[in-house]
Design a protein around this ligand. Structure first.
Ligand SMILES: *[C@@H]1O[C@H](CO)[C@@H](O)[C@H](O)[C@H]1NC(C)=O
Ligand SMILES: *[C@@H]1O[C@H](CO)[C@@H](O)[C@H](O)[C@H]1NC(C)=O
Length: 199
């Protein structure tokens, strides 16, 4: 929908109305159009073509000793570990995630929409959730969750009269990754079973 509207506004009126298409040089549709056209010429470009365009990727080790209540250290689930992988496409306000937990047991629990989050706060402090991911599922030795989320975002937590995901853009993570952390909460460890800082 958005794509075709944009395309229409880029095309000269003559093309939209179905008149003969002017020669290549009569069109000035910018580098995007040039790149697009080029791709239908031959298959050379396929060698280096990226399939997903992540501005930044993160592989975060989450542990039970990084959990905080405010700035007070709180023990998460002993021995539990998490590997939170993220890829961020800024242009599309999209974050892809691949989360694996090992040793997290029992039911998830959080007042948010899900119990697996990216929160905004520096290392050693608590902060509001900005993104809520589907909780990893599977046997306790390997619970997994993967997919992508696209804004506008919603966490289900309200602060200052609005959802803590409202207005959030994934570029905020790219701009200051050390101000964000990933975690997951369970009934037994409501403040976090494991937690890891993005940078
Ligand atoms: C976190 O700390 C606050 C204030 O110190 C305290 O009231 C609360 O019970 C703590 N939460 C948990 C789950 O321990
Ligand atoms: C997620 O990462 C694991 C390794 O940590 C890998 O085995 C798996 O294929 C990845 N899943 C996706 C959907 O990329």
């Amino acid at each position: 929908m958005h794509f075709s509207t944009t395309l229409l506004t880029l095309l000269p009126v003559s093309v939209v109305l179905g008149s003969p298409v002017p020669g290549k040089h009569g069109l000035d549709l910018g580098s995007w159009k040039k790149d697009w056209e080029h791709k239908w010429g031959d298959d050379e470009w396929k060698h280096d073509e990226k399939v997903f365009y992540f501005k930044k990727t993160y592989a975060v080790k989450a542990t039970s000793n990084q959990v905080r209540n405010g700035t007070t250290p709180v023990q998460g689930q002993p021995g539990a570990k998490g590997l939170f992988k993220f890829g961020i496409n800024v242009e599309g306000n999209t974050i892809c995630y691949n989360i694996t937990l090992s040793g997290v047991t029992g039911d998830y629990q959080s007042p948010a929409l899900t119990a697996t989050h990216i929160h905004e706060a520096p290392k050693g402090a608590s902060g509001p959730p900005r993104l809520a991911f589907p909780n990893p599922q599977g046997p306790d030795e390997k619970r997994v969750s993967y997919g992508c989320l696209t804004g506008p975002f919603k966490t289900g937590i309200t602060a200052n009269g609005k959802d803590t995901g409202e207005g959030f853009h994934v570029k905020q993570i790219v701009e200051n990754a050390k101000n964000f952390f990933a975690d997951t909460h369970t009934k037994q460890f409501p403040l976090g079973a494991v937690r890891g800082q993005l940078a």
